[in-house]
Design a protein around this ligand. Structure first.
Ligand code: ADP
Ligand code: GLC
Length: 501
């Protein structure tokens, strides 16, 4: 692939979150890192994101001109600001205060603003219009999750004329549990009509993700296992048939991690630095966090870390129920998370009754603390019911922290099961999600920690040496973009090739 900007493959990456500007979870990490990796590979990738209130405008530059966005209610005028990610990756911010100048990205208390359909339909339409505003025609627009799943629909419905008629669309599903479901009569807010809204209805409601799945040139998800799982009724959240219908265009590409931001050798959030040859300083990180957490400063007790959205998806209800038995073991636990108020409350109460065992930072988001927990913990618990990819297990492996995780989705793809005869593996995996199995697998990890410390050391070093960088994934995305772009421009040629015996 040419590295010259004129000849580089052009990709517009549209997202509702992007670290370090605005994020609530893994989509933000991915949007802040994958475009950079692609750019480093020579692609001309540009990112589009709303200008939320939380974005610091001090680092941005306002571009001259007005972006006119067709909406259900007539044309709306937005402004465009530009910021940068590493490797000279431009990020265009859509400035439309009526929709985006709000305290939160999606809504209060883990809930949704009442006008999220209008807000994200606007973002999707604005992204398509931005290509005209910039006089820059991409070969591919890459949309992410339901919030931007209307991008493929708008391209297909409204961009039948050159040059955007040649633009392919890729939709990545980061989490099939969130589909953008709204009352069917709200279709009016999308600007789509009976003639143009094909695929948007599902069981009597609007379903934006389903429409995107049906109309994107290619669909991806964030791990090979999850790509298989979502085609089954157990994991498909009702869209399994729609995904099976597109099985030949559906690819699972494992996420990477940002190895610059997550590097135990140089992480500015840590009190001490370490690598796979000497993790002595990991002890210092552990002692510092024990002090910060108000737990007794002991190196001879295993420290379990949890950093997550406190939700049903993440199995946090089951972990809460397992705590009384877990705390019969000689362990300490630190937990950082926000989410479901009931689950939050159960951890607040558990920490109140066992302050010697658990420190829970509940209800907030704290990036620095998440780095300190990754570095300090001996084990990281991820008992997810389902996990499209999961990033924390990869961060923890890089920080010499062994994951204890349910064998699902990306967790299963990235963690190798411990073998106590040989010491092989990088973590502890289990299948059934019950308080008893969670207790059992944690007991297995803890007994390994006490009885076979040499295995723990080997696993740590092995995990730290794994290459989870974005470069492999970025190469696969590039191939996918090229294939999607070719197929989109020459659908008949491809059909006839496929039809050959
Ligand atoms: P998901 O996107 O499903 O929440 P991932 O594992 O892909 O799960 O990504 C979660 C990301 O959010 C990780 O970077 C994790 O460290 C971060 N995170 C989750 N909760 C918090 C929190 N309360 N404070 C800081 N970081 C958090
Ligand atoms: C979603 C998934 C998570 C994944 C992330 C980034 O939030 O729940 O498993 O790592 O997206 O793709």
């Amino acid at each position: 692939m040419s590295t010259s900007p004129q000849h580089a493959l052009r990709v517009l990456f549209v997202t509702s979150e992007c670290t370090p500007f605005a994020m609530t979870g893994g989509l933000g990490d991915v949007s802040g890192a994958l475009p950079v990796a692609l750019r480093e590979q020579g692609l001309d990738v540009r990112v589009v994101l709303p200008l939320y209130r939380s974005v610091d405008r001090g680092q941005l530059e306002e571009l001259p001109g007005t972006l006119l966005v067709p909406t259900w209610d007539g044309a709306a005028s937005a402004r465009v600001w530009r910021g940068w990610l590493r490797a000279g990756t431009p990020v265009y911010f859509i400035d439309y205060p009526g929709y985006f100048d709000r305290p939160l990205i999606y809504g209060p208390n883990g809930g949704a603003y009442g006008d999220n359909l209008v807000r994200f339909a606007f973002l999707s339409r604005a992204a398509v219009e931005l290509t005209r505003f910039l006089r820059w025609t991409p070969a591919v627009i890459h949309a992410n999750d339901w919030q931007t799943a209307l991008v493929p629909v708008y391209l297909d419905a409204f961009e039948r004329a050159w040059p955007l008629s040649a633009c392919a669309s890729v939709l990545t599903i980061h989490n099939i549990g969130f589909q953008g479901v709204f009352p069917v009569e709200d279709v009016v807010f999308t600007g789509l009509t009976n003639g143009s809204s094909r695929g948007i209805e599902h069981w009597g409601s609007l379903n934006l993700l389903k429409a995107g799945i049906e109309r994107a040139t290619a669909v991806t998800t964030v791990s090979p296992s999850y790509a298989r799982e979502i085609q089954t009724s157990q994991f498909g959240s009702g869209l399994q048939e729609d995904l099976r219908a597109r099985a030949s265009d559906l690819t699972g590409i494992l996420n990477g991690i940002d190895t610059v931001v997550w590097d135990p050798r140089s992480d500015p959030h840590l009190p001490a630095h370490f690598d796979e040859r000497s993790f002595e300083a990991k002890r210092e990180c552990k002692a510092a966090l024990q002090r910060e957490a108000g737990l007794s400063e002991r190196d001879d007790v295993p420290l379990l870390g949890v950093i997550t959205r406190l939700t049903h998806q993440k199995g946090m209800d089951v972990l809460a129920r397992a705590l009384p038995r877990l705390f019969e073991l000689d362990v300490q636990m630190v937990l950082l998370g926000a989410g479901d108020p009931e689950i939050e409350q159960s951890f607040v109460e558990a920490a109140r009754s066992r302050p010697d065992r658990l420190r829970a930072w509940v209800g907030g988001y704290d990036n620095g603390l998440s780095h300190r927990i990754e570095a300090a913990s001996d084990f990281l618990l991820m008992p997810s019911r389902y996990e499209p990819c999961g990033l924390n297990q990869m961060y923890s492996l890089r920080y010499g922290t062994l994951p204890i995780a349910r064998a699902t989705g990306g967790l299963d793809d990235t963690i190798e099961q411990y073998d106590e005869r040989t010491g092989a593996g990088t973590g502890f995996k289990f299948h059934d999600l019950t308080p008893t199995t969670l207790f059992d697998v944690t007991g297995w990890a803890v007994s390994t920690w006490y009885d076979r410390p040499q295995h723990i050391r080997q696993m740590r070093a092995r995990g730290m040496m794994k290459d989870f960088s974005w470069s492999a994934a970025a190469r696969t995305y590039e191939q996918l973009y090229v294939a999607a772009s070719r197929r989109h421009r020459a659908p008949h040629a491809v059909d006839s090739v496929r039809a050959l015996p």
